[in-house]
Design a protein around this ligand. Sequence first.
Ligand code: ADP
Ligand code: MG
Length: 412
Amino acid sequence: MEKRFGILIVDSDEEFRKLFRGMLAGEKNYYIIGETADPRAAVEMADHRKPDAVFVEVVGLPEGMDVAAEILRRVPTTTVIITCTADACHDVRDTVREAMRIGVKDFLMKPFTVDEFRNAMRNTLGKKRVISVPDAPSSGHVVAVFATKGGVGKTTLAVNLAVALGEHTGRRVALADMDLEFGNAAALFGGQHPKASIVDLCQRPGRIDEGVISQVIERPTGYNVDLLAAPSSPEQAALVDGEGRQEQRNYVGEVLGVLRGMYPWVVVDTACNFRETNMTVLDQADTVLLLTTPDMLALRNTAACLDLLLGQLEYGEEKVKLVLNRYNSAVGITIGNINRGLNYQISFSLPSDAVTAVNAANTGIPFMKKRARNQLTERIVEIVEHLAGPQGKGNAKPAVGKARAFGLSLRR
Ligand SMILES: Nc1ncnc2c1ncn2[C@@H]1O[C@H](COP(=O)(O)OP(=O)(O)O)[C@@H](O)[C@H]1O
Ligand SMILES: [Mg+2]
């Protein structure tokens, strides 16, 4: 008779345990030997029942890693696999490093498919295997272009930054359009709206991986940019992060996690709100370029936004870079006034140049492609060099020092 392998599930999510049970009900080689959400009970069950494999939730179950270590100490012959949801595991590198150290054999992102389960079992049971994390974020740097107000130039900056980063580094750069309702980054490359978009990633079952992302990526000819387009109509946004999604998953987080494993640079265009998608993008970003314009309405919103990013969300000044767009000294407000008013230093200012910006949009050729030397393009090169270093090989030092505290403050 074929051997049947006993599986112990240690997971805080009852729903997931139920799903896992259901999945194994159809498997002739595997059966559930026990399940629990309780760390102490988990160790005891493993000790008494000697499962062939144990699936232990980490992060979501804070004691998970200790449970894995203790089970491996008591039952060294068992195979331990750690699991985590994409939302909980923003940065799995440390988790995986720790898991490898204690002898965990594999890592699965929840929810996983029966094929992923079988593969993990085939590759690990009774074998020495080095843990593999296909979608663990690698070193890709995520740059979010964000603002509190529409029309300040987010898409213009995101697109031209991606084009310039691609040229400067000689590597392909991902441009993810996460303005899910009105994303129009594709339009700045001319042509029709791409056939595939992020929606196609959210409508298929199973894990989002490099293969499926490659199928929906658009590659505008002549650029080192791979574009993940926004949905083609506003109502489709709900399929990605709203009521219409097929499973309660944070698709945006999953997509960004895979993208940063595929590309050295991921530039993200955003909408102006603090809903789930943007919170995910901002959290995952290494750099947030917070765009504002030199008018009181935009500046007031920006002040409130800085409070949120630096205060409640506790992002550092290294992460949040203020970019003043459409600056023109004739508007009667100086950069010094703005720095003082916001109590935060502007890192980059881009001049108002409607001829360059609007012409590029109308012709469908991002202005950074043409390399016309003007103040706008030169200022964008400054941002690129700040991010990628003058040689395009690494991160430069921050372009500005720490924000200085000034008296007059728009921030509450
Ligand atoms: N530096 C600039 N000078 C002049 N016009 C600009 C500049 N940056 C952007 N624009 C124009 O402002 C409008 C809004 O820009 P867009 O990038 O679509 O903003 P957002 O994505 O924030 O809504 C576009 O017509 C764009 O061409
Ligand atoms: Mg836009």
